[in-house]
Design a protein around this ligand. Structure first.
Ligand code: ADP
Ligand code: AMP
Length: 213
């Protein structure tokens, strides 16, 4: 099963994608996590991506598409995957569609996690991320067991540089300009499914599993 998660930054794509990956035993692939791991390790890719990410801008398509296509070509993706944060532009979606079509495949579901802009800034200022294992928490809604410490790997949790309110406004604008058109793109292909992302995280997950079966 090949699934795409759509939604504004902070809508809960990553939170749900991790639960989907566990339930359906498919890899969770987050381009944002791949970029953050590269930034942490000071790679050339990380240095390049950081220039854009810190301003709330998208990393250029050429760079992002290559990373994603390399990742989905790996053996663990043979039975499908859940993509979180990719595609974010129509050209990215088109390249993915063309690459899949060459193998006689296609995206099965594009799950749109719908959260209004008013809720997003609060979600993101409360988000705490583990840069080691990629786990995500929220100081009010989904707190870690011990404040500031990742439940999964024990590392320190951080407020992502791009989750500061000034950057969040830019990211929302970029979302509306460049990513929201994907809703029409996947509606036209008959695979778009929208869920109410303002609900409790378990209720959002139930709505998603009802769709995926
Ligand atoms: P995205 O991957 O779409 O950017 P995340 O999954 O990281 O979003 O979620 C953004 C923030 O909102 C995180 O702090 C997360 O813990 C919190 N969150 C996710 N889902 C919910 C929910 N259903 N209700 C409340 N908070 C949530
Ligand atoms: P995320 O973790 O999905 O919120 O992504 C964090 C940041 O990484 C985004 O604001 C972008 O700067 C960059 N990024 C992640 N995925 C993509 C993508 N598919 N295309 C372009 N930039 C991306």
């Amino acid at each position: 099963m090949k699934i795409i998660m759509l939604g504004a930054p902070g809508a809960g794509k990553g939170t749900q994608a991790k639960m989907i990956a566990e339930r359906y035993k498919i890899p969770h692939i987050s381009t944002g996590d791949i970029f953050r791991a590269n930034i942490k390790n000071n790679t050339e890719l990380g240095l390049e991506a950081k220039k854009y990410m810190d301003q709330g801008l998208l990393v250029p398509d050429e760079l992002t598409v290559k990373i994603l296509l390399d990742r989905v070509a790996k053996e663990d993706c043979a039975d499908g995957y859940v993509l979180d944060g990719f595609p974010r532009t129509i050209p990215q979606a088109q390249v993915l569609e063309d690459a899949l079509a060459r193998q006689g495949e296609k995206i099965d579901y594009a799950v749109n996690v719908d959260v209004p802009d008013e809720n997003i800034v609060r979600r993101m200022s409360g988000r705490r991320a583990c840069l080691k294992c990629g786990a995500t928490y929220h100081v009010e809604h989904i707190p870690p067991k011990a404040e500031g410490i990742c439940d999964t790997c024990g590392s320190e949790l951080v407020l992502r540089d791009d989750d500061r309110p000034e950057t969040v406004q830019n990211r929302l604008k970029v979302y509306h300009d460049q990513t929201q058109p994907l809703i029409d793109f996947y509606t036209a292909r008959g695979v778009l499914k929208t869920v109410d992302g303002t609900a409790d995280m378990q209720d959002v997950f139930s709505a998603i599993t009802e769709i995926l079966g």
